[in-house]
Ligand binder design. Structure first.
Ligand SMILES: [Fe+2]
Length: 234
């Protein structure tokens, strides 16, 4: 419940900025079709109907909402990455970890976009939620939020699978199950283990926080050697 409150508080964080800069009408969504945004009644062009095969709009909508969930998750990880990378925070291990999580969520969003297009569906882009409070002082809170986030994304993926099975779209069900659900379980397990370590070390104070960060930095360096950081391990 606390996380839901947090997410809902974040919902309109960038609304004034977006309006001020005229980036996007906030109450509407962009669509890859040429119709007016939000005009669902005329959403599908004749051309698209030709290429769609057994792909009901309800599944197309579910994929679009899943794309939004992945992008929203990526923005929360981006805010954590930015926090731990601050010069006055300087926790490169946490910075590396949340950078990798941001990349992962962005990759998930693009996989879903590619799938939507492959099925002849229309991608609808909704406004992304940005965390209002970007203060992640307590690492255990940040990891706790991340775990809840991954659990919510997993539940939404399972709903998509159920919906696909309801509509006998076995290929979509298989795509989500094989490509996404295992990764979700892996992420929840990985973050759970990190949270356990963080609680054990952070409780001991500043040295513990430093040790935890050093440990997570080495873990990320082994796991993702391709990630580059301007200040390495300082
Ligand atoms: Fe994801």
């Amino acid at each position: 419940m606390a996380f839901q409150n947090f997410v809902s508080k974040c919902a309109f964080a960038f609304k004034p900025f977006i309006r001020q800069h005229n980036l996007l009408p906030f109450s509407k969504a962009f669509t890859s079709d040429c119709k007016e945004p939000g005009d669902d009644s005329q959403k599908h062009s004749t051309i698209n109907k030709v290429f769609r095969h057994c792909y009901p709009e309800v599944l197309e909508g579910a994929i679009n909402h899943q794309i939004l969930s992945e992008l929203n998750a990526s923005m929360i990880y981006l805010s954590m990455f930015c926090y731990y990378g601050r010069t006055d925070i300087a926790l490169p291990g946490c910075q590396a970890f949340f950078r990798a999580m941001y990349n992962e969520e962005q990759t998930h969003a693009f996989s879903l976009i590619d799938y939507q297009l492959m099925r002849g569906g229309l991608v609808t882009l909704y406004p992304v939620t940005v965390p209002e409070d970007m203060n992640w002082t307590d690492i255990t809170v940040a990891l706790g939020v991340a775990i809840e986030l991954e659990k919510r994304v997993k539940e939404k993926l399972e709903e998509v699978v159920q919906l696909a099975e309801c509509h006998k779209d076995l290929q979509l069900a298989d795509f989500i199950t094989s490509k996404f659900l295992k990764e979700q379980n892996d992420s929840i397990c990985e973050m759970g283990r990190l949270l356990t370590k963080a609680k054990r070390l952070v409780d001991t104070g500043g040295v513990g926080r430093h040790l935890f960060d050093r440990e997570i930095f080495e873990y990320m360096r082994d796991k993702n050697p391709e990630i580059k950081f301007p200040y390495r391990n300082i």
